[in-house]
Design a protein around this ligand. Structure first.
Ligand code: AMP
Ligand code: TRP
Length: 348
């Protein structure tokens, strides 16, 4: 047997062995706008930590990005940028399947099957749709935006993922995935694993730097409200220096100090220290000292990611090839699940 062929078979069998013993993880991020500190602390950082213990599928959900208007050129460059960030934070293509949603057509196909069991009432209750639609008027929102959670359920159920690591804002969408899995299984027979959300205590809800009542968001028109993962170190320092603070001067977390509470949470999530430890460290010190240190902590944490991502962006062919290898692996799993679901519904 040729060496290359043997290696390919060995790799495949090692993978099957792993799949039998490890639970599966699936998660996704949209390549729409800049990924920021919230995306990192709420999602990416946790994904990296899961790599050895689970069988992982991490997806750039480019079909989800299309639910709001995108300039095709900008979308193309955002996809590469997000792929570079996935690798830059430490996701490893040898341990995790990293791919683009639109390269695995089964996602859109299963979404259609699930559309036929999801209810209008369920989608109408989704707060993310209500918030986004409110901004431009529900009448003008795309049908894709309305249907977004069903495509998300298809993403997860196709891989029979047990766990889905996400930020707090995705809890309601995950509940719908669970409802749809149970409904399908109940109607057509056992088909899908019912997935569990995996939401951490710190970092699951990073708030905006200019308004601690809003979550840090890539759709914000104000760049100083978020720290982009590719922001230069001085930009990071400046944004933190200018972040909103509360009245008073104590560095303590409390409901009447939402701005400092958010900065303490960021500090804790970046360093692994507890908020109580940080409060003790900064007793008697002012906002200025605290923000200066936080700026350094964030710069230190993000610099290696930024450098690695920028280097990878210099070789787009390599990024595209890695995504294609991931898509091939993903298709094998997704194809089998889709065929099973189709057959159960009376197709095929
Ligand atoms: P998105 O960038 O909206 O596609 O979100 C990607 C992932 O990051 C999801 O798991 C979100 O829950 C998480 N996420 C996004 N924004 C935040 C935030 N401000 N705080 C914590 N997690 C977030
Ligand atoms: N809706 C998620 C977000 O905006 C992204 C997403 C799409 C996702 N499909 C997913 C997350 C499947 C987890 C699992 O953050």
């Amino acid at each position: 047997m040729r060496l290359a062929r043997r290696l390919a078979i060995e790799a495949a069998s090692a993978r099957i062995g792993r799949m039998e013993t490890k639970q599966r993880v699936f998660s996704g991020i949209q390549p729409s706008g800049a990924s920021h500190l919230g995306t990192y602390l709420g999602a990416l950082k946790n994904w990296v930590a899961l790599q050895d213990d689970y069988d992982n599928y991490f997806c750039l959900v480019d079909l989800h990005a299309l639910t709001t208007p995108q300039d095709p050129k900008v979308l193309r460059s955002n996809i590469r940028e997000l792929a570079a960030i996935f690798l830059g934070v430490g996701l490893d293509p040898a341990r995790s399947v990293i791919f683009r949603q639109s390269h695995v057509s089964e996602h859109a196909e299963l979404a259609w099957l699930l559309n036929c069991i999801a209810k209008v009432g369920e989608l109408s209750r989704m707060t993310q749709f209500k918030d986004k639609a409110q901004k431009g008027g529900a009448e003008a929102a795309s049908v894709g935006l309305y249907d977004y959670p069903v495509l998300q359920a298809a993403d997860i159920l196709l891989y029979n993922a047990h766990r889905v690591p996400v930020g707090e804002d995705q809890r309601q969408h995950l509940e719908l995935s669970r409802v749809l899995a149970r409904r399908f299984n109940g109607t057509y027979g056992e088909t899908f694993v019912v997935p569990e959300p995996m939401i951490l205590e710190t970092g699951a809800r990073v708030m905006s730097l200019d308004d601690p009542a809003k979550k840090m968001s890539k759709s914000s028109p104000v760049p100083s409200s978020y720290i982009a993962l590719l922001d230069a170190p001085d930009t990071v320092r400046k944004k933190i220096r200018r972040a909103k603070t509360d009245s008073g001067s104590e560095i303590t977390a409390s409901p009447d100090k939402p701005a400092i509470t958010n900065l303490l949470d960021i500090y804790a999530a970046m360093t692994g220290k507890s908020v109580e430890e940080l409060e003790a460290d900064y007793q008697g010190k002012g906002y200025g000292d605290f923000k200066k240190d936080l700026g350094e902590v964030v710069v230190e944490g993000l610099s290696p990611i930024r450098e690695q991502a920028l280097e990878l962006l210099g070789d787009p062919k390599e990024l595209d090839d890695l995504l294609e290898i991931g898509a091939e692996k993903a298709r094998a799993v997704a194809g089998a699940t889709l065929r099973d679901a189709q057959a159960k519904m009376g197709l095929g």
